[in-house]
Design a protein around this ligand. Structure first.
Ligand code: GLU
Length: 551
């Protein structure tokens, strides 16, 4: 029996030969230096922040080189695959505007000529290449059972030898073709293993584009390439797919570094040029001084839904991820506050190489504050509307009812050179302007805190005098401010802070105390945006009504 016949017997009915597949997946026609990369999740659950970070990097590097970023679904571990796994991945990434140029588009659609981009649909391809290895005596059928493997491991432990199915331990290597055929005909189950040509005592070098040079021992384990269910292992599928899809850069978690010797070996035995590898360290968290991995289980911010549910702009999340991709992005953003991620040139060499980046939620929220402050009032309105539609129908209804009024509120200290930075999330908006809506004021009002001035009759004197003698809706800001000063002079409060500091004893208080009384009477809050604007928006009727509640 020839090797070719043996290969056909082990992996029958393949539609195409590997040579044909080579032709069916031609080189890509891309500019020099274009990066072709992919997100290759297993559909086993929801992507988390670490995955988003990986997606972010892959997308920006592909974009900035006019390359290709594609989505490939690695579903060869059928036991771990969850129902609607593809939709779950796509839906979780969608709000973050991760754009795939190619690959899986939905549970049923794909785009691009290098498909299928779903591994379970590529069985024929993996078989064609496994056949090539069998023909070249670089792979064989293995029958070893789990129990036998356990035995081997025990023996290796006892004799203090390196664990694994390699060298003399890999005894199925020595089964003749004829015996293998016989056993298969008798109904024995088999898998296909690589006949590793590696020598553990020699080194292989991985030149990681992020981590630099890493030396690994050559792989001498006879890795499984085709499992008993006919599907490939991750190792084999990765190598075949990234070869045929012409991936130039594999950006993946650094838990794979130690397997890279296997992958480089597979590229070599198959006669393929390996891609470049960019291994990412996991995201870390500062947990009360202790640095540990960001955990899906312990840290709500590791979940992508956290950002949606809390109204944190996904654009701000992406800006934050840009700062951890390349730390010089932050200085660039400070210098170009309205700069777009696409305008920045990212560099693998400036990525954090080994320790893992610290995922710092307060910093992300700070970026978010800056981001929201630069939106127009209409953008804020639309975004808050979108957020409240799902998460706060009470506020949503008011936004619909009072659209223009709401936009005017959002416009206070906005669309100007130094906009007010008061919202880190879209959920913060209601928390900060609720008092502007009578419906919310009546419902949520708790108490007034006038701060320095506590005597209620004095408070009434201030607001009565103000509304009856001074306030005029038509005043411009200067006139309005001068009138507050006049009010202070009349009632015995210092209208000038310097003067007050020089002679505090001759005054009842100062202009800040008086403004606080007006502000708190209107809003119940001592922290609000510009008082002049608030008064203008409320209008005289509402102002009087709010003042009348004080007694
Ligand atoms: N399916 C693998 C995983 O989810 C992909 C690793 C890779 O990007 O190659 O970890």
């Amino acid at each position: 029996m020839t090797n070719k016949e043996f290969a056909e017997f082990l992996l029958p009915n393949v539609k195409h030969t590997w040579e044909e597949y080579e032709k069916m997946y031609p080189e890509r026609n891309l500019p020099e230096g274009a990066i072709v990369t992919r997100y290759a999740p297993s559909p086993t659950g929801l992507p988390h922040m670490g995955n988003l970070f990986q997606n972010f990097m892959a997308m920006v590097f592909a974009k900035q080189t006019n390359g290709v970023f594609y989505l490939r679904i690695e579903d060869t571990d059928t036991e771990r695959t969850v129902e609607n796994g593809i939709s779950k991945i796509l839906e979780a990434l969608k709000p973050f505007n991760i754009e795939f140029d190619e690959g899986v588009v939905s549970e049923t659609e794909e785009k691009g000529i290098y498909g299928s981009y779903i591994q379970s649909k590529r069985k024929d391809i993996y078989w064609a290449y496994a056949r090539k290895l069998i023909e070249e005596d670089l792979a064989y059928a293995s029958f070893v059972s789990k129990e036998e493997l356990d035995e081997i491991r025990k023996e290796q432990e006892l004799s203090k030898q390196r664990l694994g199915y390699y060298g003399r331990w890999a005894k199925d290597r020595f089964i003749s073709k004829e015996e293998a055929v016989e056993r298969i005909k008798n109904g024995e189950k088999y898998i296909i293993r690589l006949k590793s040509p590696g020598d553990f005592f020699k080194k292989v070098v991985l030149n990681d584009v992020i981590k630099g040079k890493i030396e690994l021992p050559e792989n001498d384990i006879d890795e499984v390439i085709i499992k008993a269910d006919g599907l490939p292992t991750y190792h084999f599928a990765h190598v075949i797919d990234d070869h045929l899809m012409h991936t130039t850069h594999v950006i993946r978690g650094d838990e794979w570094v130690s397997s890279t010797n296997k992958h480089l070996q597979l590229f070599q035995v198959l006669g393929f040029k390996p891609p470049k590898y960019a291994h990412l360290a996991p995201l870390n968290k500062n947990d009360e001084g202790a640095i540990r991995k960001l955990s899906k289980r312990k840290d709500p911010e590791a979940s992508l839904m956290y950002y949606i549910e809390n109204g944190i702009p996904t654009e701000a999340v992406m800006l934050y991820l840009a700062t951890i991709t390349n730390s010089n992005f932050e200085a660039w953003l400070d210098a170009n506050p309205s700069g777009k991620i696409s305008e920045f040139k990212f560099d693998f060499k400036k990525a954090n190489s080994s320790n893992g980046s610290l995922f710092d939620l307060p910093k992300l929220l700070n970026i978010s504050k800056n981001y929201i402050s630069r939106l127009t009032k209409d953008e804020v309105y639309d975004k808050v509307l979108e957020y409240t539609k799902n998460y706060d129908t009470e506020f949503y209804d008011l936004l619909i009812k009072y659209e223009d009024y709401s936009k005017s509120i959002f416009n206070i200290e906005r669309e100007q050179k130094k906009p007010r930075k008061d919202y880190a999330t879209y959920a913060d908006v209601k928390k900060q302007v609720w008092y502007m809506y009578d419906e919310l004021f009546d419902k949520y009002f708790e108490k007034y805190d006038f701060q320095k001035i506590t005597d209620i009759s004095e408070i009434k004197t201030i607001i009565d005098s103000y509304i009856n003698e001074y306030y005029d809706e038509n005043d411009d800001k200067d006139t309005w401010f001068n009138k507050i000063k006049e009010l202070c002079d009349k009632l015995g409060y210092a209208s000038d802070m310097k003067e007050y500091k020089a002679n505090p004893d001759i005054y009842k208080g100062n202009i800040a105390d008086v403004s606080t009384v007006i502000r708190v009477s209107l809003t119940s809050s001592s922290m609000t945006p510009d008082l002049y604007e608030l008064l203008r928006l409320m209008g005289k009727v509402k102002i009087k009504e709010r003042f009348s509640k004080i007694n």
